[in-house]
Ligand binder design. Sequence first.
Ligand code: CAA
Length: 264
Amino acid sequence: MDYENLLTERRSGADGALAVGIVTLHRPKQLNALNDGLMDELGHALAAFDADEGIGCIVLTGSDKAFAAGADIGAMASYGYMDVYLGQYITRNWEALREVRKPVIAAVAGFALGGGCELAMACDFIIAAESAKFGQPEIKLGIIPGAGGTQRLPRAVGKSKAMDMVLTARMMDAAEAERAGLVSRVVPNERLLDEALAAAAMICGYSLPSVMMAKQCVNRAFETGLADGVSHERSVFHALFATEDQKEGMAAFAGKRKPAFKHR
Ligand code: CAA
């Protein structure tokens, strides 16, 4: 499928493993500023990879200069309250990412600001290039983060750093983002896509139902208390004993061989 603001690619896995879906944000002249057209396409591309039985993991990336410099300021400058309220601005298309059941890795180089930082945080984990810069500069525009930044940033980096970033608009470099727990790893700029693809390929080698349920359970940690979360995890853990892949994974361990998962 051809998109106006995205590039998509399917990277086949080795030894019959599931493939990786790559989505590259592509509005280079606007530093990948996120307008409705791009977000509609992104929702479509992610849903298509999610529904594709041959795909096990998705990597979302941008350019060397910018993952995304935020929501498109030019597009929203003239909006009034009724435009954003009745048009469900952000809600209408940005929330599509939350519906994706397969893992989505954000591979971030350059600017991830405002909605760009929020988009990265809505992914399952972030691998950052040394050049990555994260920030929520909306306060400079007379607004606040509107795609989950005030909620996901404190959960990732704690209240003090989140307040600092949201209230002063300062950027966090990759090293600070890793120290603060916003990103899972920092890699040399030229290695970013390779490292993200290697992580995705690793995930694609596991049983897809267990991968999807692991994602579901970790996400539950952000939505519930500890006792309910552990109870949810236990139910899902028990359910996995109904899969063929649990038998295969454990038999392969005992037989000292590589498992041949069927994703069933
Ligand atoms: N929206 C629309 N266009 C943008 C943009 C954005 N968020 N960010 C950059 N651009 C455009 C610039 O207008 C410029 O276009 P022109 O060449 O036509 O002038 C082009 O991209 C290149 O940008 P700069 O010349 O500014 O590049 P720079 O290297 O000097 O600076 C930058 C880079 C620091 C990222 C700077 O562009 C910037 O501050 N961008 C805005 C960041 C921002 O405020 N993001 C938050 C948006 S609000 C939001 O996201 C709300 C929400 O929570 C959903």
